[in-house]
Design a protein around this ligand. Structure first.
Ligand code: FPP
Length: 253
């Protein structure tokens, strides 16, 4: 249950004024943070400065989601295909994410955030792995929003990894089921996303949460990730609440 009106925080009041039902928020929001490069190029800046600006947006969105009462936020920080970018951009991004993981840990812990990762994390630089593991361990018992960083993540690779685990366990072909595959994904305890957000207007899903997004509602905004703000977050939630989720069944409207 949501707080009585006089106990609501600023973003809950803003959401309510837009007609958002705070008792029917998406439990899990997943985001493709796209358009950092274009944002920088438009301003004559190097791409890495776009990623830096994107980091500021992410910080705000995490706090917004936490204050609103969203339970899970998952963001696509680095895909398994992003290694194809220029070496300077890749190492700059790795360094930025590592610095963020260290610098933001105190704030996340204070805000009761539980940190998780998804992806083939053993393949990213050791310093980043250490920062992520420290963040996960420090926040393990927190009970607020679960914030998952998808790093060196690919949706198809995640399914391949789950199938490999099943084969190693000696599972018979007849026993393979959707439930068993779900149970062997990177974070089996995290529910599927209710709402998937993509910025910068691209109408594709780019190998993100391929298995988990089958019945997610989609929200695409033209705004680039550095321009994404509370207004767009609430707009996405408004659209989500305006949809009728059928999960393949017939629903009378
Ligand atoms: C896509 O924009 C963005 C990324 C590949 C990286 C996302 C990273 C951040 C938001 C930096 C901060 C992250 C953390 C976890 C601190 P793009 O570069 O593909 O944009 P473009 O399509 O305009 O080139």
């Amino acid at each position: 249950m949501v707080n009585p009106e006089n106990r609501m925080n600023a973003i809950q009041l803003q959401a309510k004024s837009l007609g958002i039902d705070l008792d029917a928020l998406p439990s899990h929001i997943a985001v493709i943070m796209d358009g950092n490069g274009r944002w920088a190029k438009k301003r004559g800046l190097v791409r890495l400065l776009g990623h830096r600006e994107g980091y500021k947006t992410l910080r705000r969105v995490l706090l917004d989601c936490s204050e609103l009462g969203i339970q899970y936020l998952t963001v696509y920080a680095f895909s398994s295909e992003n290694w194809r970018r220029p070496q300077e951009e890749v190492s700059g991004l790795m360094a930025l994410i590592e610095a963020a993981a260290r610098d933001e840990l105190r704030l996340m812990h204070q805000n009761n955030v539980r940190v998780r990762v998804a992806g083939r994390v053993s393949e990213v630089p050791q310093g980043l792995q250490n920062a992520l593991h420290h963040g996960i361990e420090t926040t393990r018992s927190n009970s607020g929003i679960t914030f998952t960083l998808a790093i060196n993540y690919g949706g198809r690779a995640e399914i391949v990894d789950a199938v490999k685990t099943l084969i190693k366990q000696g599972i018979d072909a007849e026993q393979v089921s959707e439930e068993l595959i779900s149970a062997n994904l990177y974070n089996p305890d995290i529910p599927d996303p209710d709402l998937m957000v993509r910025t910068a207007g691209e109408m594709r899903w780019s190998n993100f949460l391929v298995w988990q997004s089958s019945y997610s509602e989609l929200y695409v905004t033209e705004k680039s990730w550095p321009e994404f703000g509370t207004d767009q977050l609430l707009e996405g939630i408004c659209q989500y609440q305006g949809r009728i989720r059928k999960f393949g069944a017939v629903v009378d409207d």
